[in-house]
Design a protein around this ligand. Sequence first.
Ligand SMILES: *[C@@H]1O[C@H](CO)[C@@H](O)[C@H](O)[C@H]1NC(C)=O
Ligand SMILES: *[C@@H]1O[C@H](CO)[C@@H](O)[C@H](O)[C@H]1NC(C)=O
Ligand SMILES: *[C@@H]1O[C@H](CO)[C@@H](O)[C@H](O)[C@H]1NC(C)=O
Ligand SMILES: *[C@@H]1O[C@H](CO)[C@@H](O)[C@H](O)[C@H]1NC(C)=O
Ligand SMILES: *[C@@H]1O[C@H](CO)[C@@H](O)[C@H](O)[C@H]1NC(C)=O
Ligand SMILES: *[C@@H]1O[C@H](CO)[C@@H](O)[C@H](O)[C@H]1NC(C)=O
Ligand SMILES: *[C@@H]1O[C@H](CO)[C@@H](O)[C@H](O)[C@H]1NC(C)=O
Ligand SMILES: *[C@@H]1O[C@H](CO)[C@@H](O)[C@H](O)[C@H]1NC(C)=O
Ligand SMILES: *[C@@H]1O[C@H](CO)[C@@H](O)[C@H](O)[C@H]1NC(C)=O
Ligand SMILES: *[C@@H]1O[C@H](CO)[C@@H](O)[C@H](O)[C@H]1NC(C)=O
Ligand SMILES: *[C@@H]1O[C@H](CO)[C@@H](O)[C@H](O)[C@H]1NC(C)=O
Ligand SMILES: *[C@@H]1O[C@H](CO)[C@@H](O)[C@H](O)[C@H]1NC(C)=O
Length: 856
Amino acid sequence: MAPSKASVLGNAVLLLSALAGAQEPDAPIFYPRSPPAYPAPIGTGKGLPEWSEAYSKAQAIVAQMTIAEKGIRFGLYSSAFPAGVTIASTWDDELAYRRGFAMGMEHRGKGVDVQLGPVSGPLGLFPEGGRNWEGGGSDPFLSGVGLAAAVRGIQDAGVIACAKHYIGGSPTRAAFFGFKNIWNSSGSVTDFGFFYFTMQPMNKGESVIPVNQSISSNVDDRTLHEVYAWPFADAVRAGVGSIMCSYNQINNSYGCQNSELMNGILKNELGFPGFVMSDWQAQHAGVATALAGLGKELELPRQDPQMSAMPGDQVFVSGNAYWGANLTIAVLNGTVPTWRLDDMATRIMASFYKVGLDKDRVDVNLDSWTTDVYGFENWFAKENYRIVNGNVDVRGTHATLIREVAAKGTVLLKNNGSLPLGRVRQIAVFGSDATDNPRGPNGCPDRGCADGTVAMGWGSGTANFPYLISPLTALQNKAYADGTVIQWVVDDWATTQMKSTATQAETCLVFVKAQAGEAYITVDGNQGDRNNLTLWANGEQVIKTVADNCKNTIVTIHAPGPVTMEEWIDHPNVTAVLYAGLPGQESGNSIVDVLYGLVEPGRLPFTIAKNASDYGVELMYEPNNSYAPQQNFTSGLLIDYRYFDKKEIEPRFEFGFGLSYTTWKYSNLQVQKLNAGSYGAFNGRTPAATSGNVTETPDSLLFPTDFHQIPYYIYPYLNNTSDGLEGNGTKGPSDAYDPTGTPIRPAGGAPGGHPGLYDILYQVNVTVSNTGKRNGEEIVQMYVCQGEEDDPVRVLRGFRRISVDAGGTTNVIFTILRRDISRWDVVTQNWVISSATKTVYIGRSSRDLPLSAKLE
Ligand SMILES: *[C@@H]1O[C@H](CO)[C@@H](O)[C@H](O)[C@H]1NC(C)=O
Ligand SMILES: *[C@@H]1O[C@H](CO)[C@@H](O)[C@H](O)[C@H]1NC(C)=O
Ligand SMILES: *[C@@H]1O[C@H](CO)[C@@H](O)[C@H](O)[C@H]1NC(C)=O
Ligand SMILES: *[C@@H]1O[C@H](CO)[C@@H](O)[C@H](O)[C@H]1NC(C)=O
Ligand SMILES: *[C@@H]1O[C@H](CO)[C@@H](O)[C@H](O)[C@H]1NC(C)=O
Ligand SMILES: *[C@@H]1O[C@H](CO)[C@@H](O)[C@H](O)[C@H]1NC(C)=O
Ligand SMILES: *[C@@H]1O[C@H](CO)[C@@H](O)[C@H](O)[C@H]1NC(C)=O
Ligand SMILES: *[C@@H]1O[C@H](CO)[C@@H](O)[C@H](O)[C@H]1NC(C)=O
Ligand SMILES: *[C@@H]1O[C@H](CO)[C@@H](O)[C@H](O)[C@H]1NC(C)=O
Ligand SMILES: *[C@@H]1O[C@H](CO)[C@@H](O)[C@H](O)[C@H]1NC(C)=O
Ligand SMILES: *[C@@H]1O[C@H](CO)[C@@H](O)[C@H](O)[C@H]1NC(C)=O
Ligand SMILES: *[C@@H]1O[C@H](CO)[C@@H](O)[C@H](O)[C@H]1NC(C)=O
């Protein structure tokens, strides 16, 4: 007897309520759990023209695919340029686009379809956070502009961008609490999963407490919308093809399985037409992740050997998958509806067409896990010995761009007039950060050390350096060319030699550093996240030793984020200080460009506090419970400068700060109100499911005859026809989920959210003059005060990097969108403009704002 619709729906409700919570029904409740949001909205090409054609093509091809073919494979490979934090410090979206385009071209040249970037993820709430450097600074607006520019650049080069990590990324070490392989069943630490993949001994934490599940980032609704989801909305509006879900849980539901975040906010409210993919081992269930909106378990390049099957593994290198054949079975037995599988495949194929991969696709010619030319294509299986690295040179003229980004992203924090350098008679260079790593630029696996100059963080977001110009090398070249005497002491503990060398020199250049990375590598006791915000390698002592003996001491810092400077910043002999981020392969050349004034520096994408405690947040180094550690994002909207402003804490250098080599004057602020349409809840539905019942029989899904199964690979095929017939063989509630589509949320309607959010409400016009004697570049910043008690004092809402000749004047035009002056209303689940008076501020940093005007 065919089940009645009511009973089918009843089953579906039961099933869904089981899926909605965590996997374990008796799990303790530490925080309200994320609510269920089903069904997964079916993607459309609506609202952004360039998706429409891609969707038509994708729908046509998916209609011809079998269930097994819908388990599409892709190649990917992660490369890296100057770090995210350095591009963010340039405050130049055009440069961010060019960097994205160049990276995209390199990936395309290697035959990669999806580039695993750009990053917004952690947003730098915790300044010690190990992966902050991969992201675009500590402000959602700045990060969003950077993310969107990078997405456009990468995808214009013909590669799918993957914005990550969605969402609420916590510090890297905490994200690995509960990592499946770390704890064995008796609660002892066993081999870390990554042991297999890095082929090096793991570094175990000192005091370890076994935990069952990854950390939960607990974020309230308003904060999620106004801070953490904001940059992703920009990425979606920019047409991003894929988004990677995070390791952590959000409100006690895993990032890759949280239906409210994927189905509800990302696909429904933000109208995301692309696909969500998991990170390595971030998937913790099969059916539940499929229904919650995940579109793809992470797989590696078509020929990437060691890892070919593993990211989708349940346990590293097991070959067992939550999906693969299990997904085929789940579709056959009806627990995953066919329309969901079709939607997954359509979203992937639409992204593929959108960036033009059907027209212009290069065969994979790299193996990112080895530099050997020959190797096993399938490394774990030791099969297919062949050329794995074609060593295709894809670098083009990117070195010039890398140098430009790194120089423009260097921030001048202090300058008593000693910079830019002119013709110097004698310079001396100090600190191991000035020089080469004795083990070579790639001497530490995944850059997991801080020897020599620091030009990149460590972890999976790194690349091999094709070369690395150290500051000392570049300074030597410059000195030889200029006839300058140059000496150096690069041993951080050679105090006596430093003193005598500093005493002789006219100009002393000190290079100091800090380092951070991903938690699977520990460096000097820092398991990814930094243990402190002070300098590494005796940095403070090096600065003080030199400054005590040299009247003109210029300090350059290479670091993944803020460092505290109180011990030495006011030293009268410290005449200039530069924060040079993580500059990449052209490090030395770029710092020379800034030191000698060939390039104008950038601005801080985060606040540098006087004391680490001033940030008002505490990174979790040890789990705070043994079930699922809880990190309440209690700072809410007050991330970085917003916290300092609200609490009236004086920072050392505020967000947006940075000196110029020339002087600037701001004048004549004019605000013009434009006529925008009215704004209300969006009205509409996502498309109804058109497919439902499985028409294929299990025997059509068997491995093709003569198919050679490579061990550890994940295949969608079945071994036995009975595989698909678990249970009672009846199709389950495959078409039971609301076949009429889902109501679009009030703030939804198009990629990026409600189209009305992007209406221009005001146009702002300001005159900026270069009053100095040098041509220069200024970063004009616009902040808005929304005026309610519970709003931040001010938030960044616009910026422009401009170039003006000495004595010249220009006008900078900003627009203020509805979104820019709206707040998230948790009751109506929409953006609203409060009645409080709004003010716009224009200036040079978050605290240097000479002009302001009321928004009428
Ligand atoms: C997190 O917030 C919840 C709900 O307000 C509270 O019950 C819990 O104690 C908080 N947890 C921590 C670790 O502060
Ligand atoms: C997380 O929980 C908070 C507090 O209940 C709520 O405001 C927010 O909407 C929840 N977010 C998600 C994605 O579940
Ligand atoms: C768990 O790991 C500990 C330490 O390596 C080991 O002594 C113990 O036998 C392991 N337990 C199981 C059940 O594998
Ligand atoms: C399917 O899932 C089960 C249970 O999680 C697992 O044991 C099995 O290895 C998976 N099958 C495949 C082919 O990956
Ligand atoms: C359907 O298959 C999936 C994946 O193997 C499995 O988790 C689920 O329990 C099966 N359901 C039924 C009703 O057999
Ligand atoms: C901070 O950490 C670095 C790197 O581990 C270390 O060199 C330095 O001594 C630490 N600073 C303090 C004050 O402990
Ligand atoms: C600054 O440097 C000079 C040497 O050039 C030294 O005599 C003086 O003591 C230094 N000042 C301080 C405060 O250390
Ligand atoms: C981990 O989960 C299991 C199964 O739910 C439970 O029995 C165990 O007590 C949990 N362990 C901790 C440390 O909470
Ligand atoms: C699925 O099969 C059932 C029973 O045969 C039928 O009533 C229903 O219309 C089918 N649904 C679709 C979408 O084809
Ligand atoms: C099929 O059988 C092979 C060999 O026993 C096994 O390795 C593989 O996991 C099986 N695949 C599935 C989908 O069950
Ligand atoms: C098959 O199993 C499903 C799910 O357990 C149940 O709802 C249905 O009534 C069963 N059908 C038959 C014919 O036994
Ligand atoms: C901006 O203001 C200047 C005068 O200060 C004016 O010349 C210019 O046309 C204005 N630009 C726009 C776009 O309104």
